[in-house]
Each structure stands twice: as structure tokens, then as C-alpha cells.
Design a protein around this ligand. Sequence first.
Ligand SMILES: [Fe+2]
Ligand SMILES: [Fe+2]
Length: 289
Amino acid sequence: MTDNNQQNPLESIEDWEDDLLERYPEPATTADKSKEAYRNYEAPARDTVKEFYRLNHTHQTYDFVLEKRDNFLKFDKKEMPVWDAFTFLNQLVDDSDPDTDLDQMQHLLQTSEAIRADGHPDWMVLTGLLHDMGKVLCLFGEPQWAVVGDTFPVGCAHSDKIVFPEFFEENPDTHNEQYNTKYGVYAPHCGLRNVHMSWGHDEYVYHMMKDYLPESALYMLRYHSFYPQHREHAYEHLMDKHDQEMFKWVDLFNPYDLYSKVSTPPNWTALKPYYEDLVAKYLPATLKF
Ligand SMILES: [Fe+2]
Ligand SMILES: [Fe+2]
């Protein structure tokens, strides 16, 4: 195994989402509460997914997050027209696997098209189109565990409702008394805007878009992988009333991300004029990375 493989155990970053579907086979709204017990973390996940979470839980520390924010939130890496950014993201195809999932653009279009078909506002359609743009972090050489995976607050105790909680034993913050109490560096119900989340594509795309989209869209972008809260309700003690209100939007968004995959790819040529207008309505001509 090369160093790179050791840092990137997944054959494709989509393997993380495939595993999410196994953990959450139904949307929260339709899932029968009595089935909670069947959310079985002991079930043998693919070894690569397990190894991915071991790396994620070991290395996502409070200091790591501050360092990544400092580096990537300067947005001094690249600047490109919006549609070039999608082409750039699409380089993230998994060429090791011949019958791989749809490419990044297909997932984004399927998400946005499902939102559009249900008659939601256009900014939400655009949110569907953009929500995984932060995965370009992989193309800047970031390891998989610092790009995808369930997100969680850092700087306070890790909930045992996070998938594979046992791997936090290897995280230095678990043994740092500044960070290992229920509230850690935070105050009760301080509001998530005051909480640092583990670093990944969600936080990055939120900062990329924060000047252009309504707040409800920004919550969807920033917390779409925060399964420990939007599916497990493990961090209510850090949320304020405003977060509770806004998480209705996160809950509305999640099923479109997780359950909109169909095998027929959307017809991009037919859809292009609509999306070009939509992007032009909300976003500047170029995006900074
Ligand atoms: Fe995502
Ligand atoms: Fe997604």
C-alpha cells in the first residue's frame, strides 16, 4: 500500500454515501421509530468504510479544523467560471471501477431535479446543484477523511451516536480536558454558528456560497452531512432556537441528497438553459476556491 492509499481507503468517495444508504435506508419522515434498533453499527460495514472512519475520527481534532479553515477559507487556490468548476469537480470520477456510480455532476443534477420536480423555490434547486461542490477539496490533494463522512462538532465531547464512536479513542481531543466534556469550549445552546464542525466539503461550500444564497440554503449546505444531528439528534444541547427552526430546511433537503439516485442520467442538453439562467441569477461569473 502506498501512503496515498493508506490515507484514502475508499475506492471512490461515493462509497461513503453508499454506506449512508445502508445505515439510513429510509427518509427520517417515513422511517418507523420502532426501527431505531435496527440502526446497527455492529453490522459489518465494508472494511474500507470502517478504515475511512477510523482515519476521520482519529485525525479530525479541534486544531486540525482551525488549520484547515485557515488554509482553505482564504480562497486563494483557484478562480474559475462556475461551469468550469463543475467540469473541474467531475474529474473526481472513479476510474478504478468500471461499473461505478454516476459521476459528480449526475448526482448534483439528480438532486436538483428532484427538488425542482417537487416545486420547491429556485434557490433550493440551486442548492441541490451546488451542495457537493466542496468535494473539489479532493482535487487539492486533501485525504478522503478530510472531505467526506458524517460531520460532528469538534471542541466538545463526541457523541456515541456518531457512527463508529469507538474510533474517537484515538483522537487526542478525547484525552484533552479542555475538549472532552459535554460542552467543551462552548456554552449550552450557544448556537451552531459558534461551533466548529469537523472539516469537510460541507463547511467549505458553505463559506464559498455564504454571500449569495438565503440562510435556509446555507444551513442545507453547511449541515447536510451532520447526520449525528439531523438523523440522531445528538447535539441539541449546542443548538439555539434559531438552529432548531433552520434545521427544518436541513431535514427537507436530506432525502433529496440521499434518495434521489436513479440510473437514468438527466438529459443535460435539455436542462442546460434552465440551469444557466439559475446560476446567473444567484452567483457571480466566477467562483473562488
Ligand atoms: Fe455532500
Ligand atoms: Fe450529495
